[in-house]
Every structure is written in C-alpha cells, then in structure tokens.
Design a binder for this molecule. Sequence first.
Ligand SMILES: Nc1nc2c(c(=O)[nH]1)N[C@H]1C(S)=C(S)[C@@H](COP(=O)(O)O)O[C@H]1N2
Ligand SMILES: [Mo]
Length: 221
Amino acid sequence: MSDDMPEPEVTKLTSTKRKWAAEGKFLTGRISRPETERLPPGQHLVKNWPVLDLGQQPEISRERWRLDVRGLVMHPITLNWQDFEDLPQSDSLSDIHCVTTWSRYDNHWKGVKTRDLLDLVLPKDEANAVMLTSYDGYTTNLPLSDFAADDALLVTNWEGQPLTEEHGGPVRLVVPHLYFWKSAKWLSRIEFLRDDRPGFWEKNGYHMRGDPWAEERYSDD
Ligand SMILES: Nc1nc2c(c(=O)[nH]1)N[C@H]1C(S)=C(S)[C@@H](COP(=O)(O)O)O[C@H]1N2
Ligand SMILES: [Mo]
C-alpha cells in the first residue's frame, strides 16, 4: 500500500460493526450440519404450509402498516411501507421448524435482513435482547445474537408473492434457526432491551430460546 493512499473513513457505523465483530456479538455457536441432520429431532416433514396463530388475523394494509423500532438503540425510528421498501432487499432460502412438530423445507423469502435494520438503528452496548410486538397483540422475545443471525429476515415475500395476511403480511420476522413461534407475524414493534424477558408463549411454558436441534420446546419449570 502506498503512503498517499487515504485511510478509509471510520464512521460510527463501521466502528460499531468492528466492535461487534471483535466481541463476537453475533456468534450464536451454530455449526453447519450434514444434510442427513437437516430435520431436527422429533420433527416430521409437511409439504403444505399450516397457519398457526392466536386466532385473530389483523388486516393491516401496507398504507397503514408501521414498524416502530425503539429501546436501547442510538437511532429509534418508525418506518412506513415506503421507508421499508427503500432499505436493502435480500433473498434467503430456509426451512421452517414449528414446535408442534411440523417442518417445511426450502422456503424462498424476500425482505430486509435484521442486520441491515441493526445498521440503521445501531443497538447500544447494553442491548442484549429484543421484544417483538405484533398487530394481534402477540409478543415474543429473542436474544440479540439470535435476532441478528445472518439469515434472519423481516419478510415481505414468500415464493415470489407478497406474504399473505394469514401468514403475517405485510411484514413478519423469519428466524430460521429457532422454532417458528419466534417468527412474529404482523410485526409492529421491535424493542431493544438490556435483559431478555418472556413474551406470550414464553410466559406460557415455552422455552426462552427455542433451538430445534436442542429440542428447546418447553421451559423446565
Ligand atoms: N403475531 C403473531 N405471530 C405469530 C403467532 C401469533 O399467534 N401471532 N404464532 C406463532 C406461531 S406459534 C407459529 S408456529 C408461527 C406460524 O406461522 P404461520 O401461520 O405462517 O405458519 O407464527 C408465529 N408467529
Ligand atoms: Mo407454533
């Protein structure tokens, strides 16, 4: 490198990213698995896509939809549909594992990576968890490291089509490496918290983390 080569500017964003990398902040301890271990223990495959929720499917038009991102972040923000569409869009391919024992392979998703949202709002050092709140009143919690997984997506499309209302449109979360109850439909709010605390199912006996390969279905007590 020549001496007159300018140093890349260290913005707040790049310095934050570097710090996360140095701390291993988003390392979840996940390892890649052989194809024979693709189906987690106690699961069976389905070809259809079942609908599961609390029984109230809110009708939220794209015009009315807002995503409120708040709590322990440098830049709290409320996004409307257009703001959300203007964020970098990504594709991903992943499997669904529901705690009720069905799994569905090879879902093509499109949406915004949670990491791209994190780059926008910049979680503070003290943030360790997120609480998601949905338009039907549902809540679910995740450690920040799980929410920030490389393949976690705020999804607007499935198999090339807008996400249907019954599956959580206009926008739902998809976190492929955890049981599907963590993937909030009709997402309305993401709150960054110091400490992980239980959401709806977690208060009702489900596991705080929900790793399908460790069969973290229910809490021990
Ligand atoms: N807002 C909201 N999100 C939710 C739920 C819910 O009741 N409300 N149920 C969860 C559960 S238990 C599952 S298994 C999946 C089901 O998603 P699907 O109906 O698209 O299969 O959504 C999860 N996200
Ligand atoms: Mo579920």
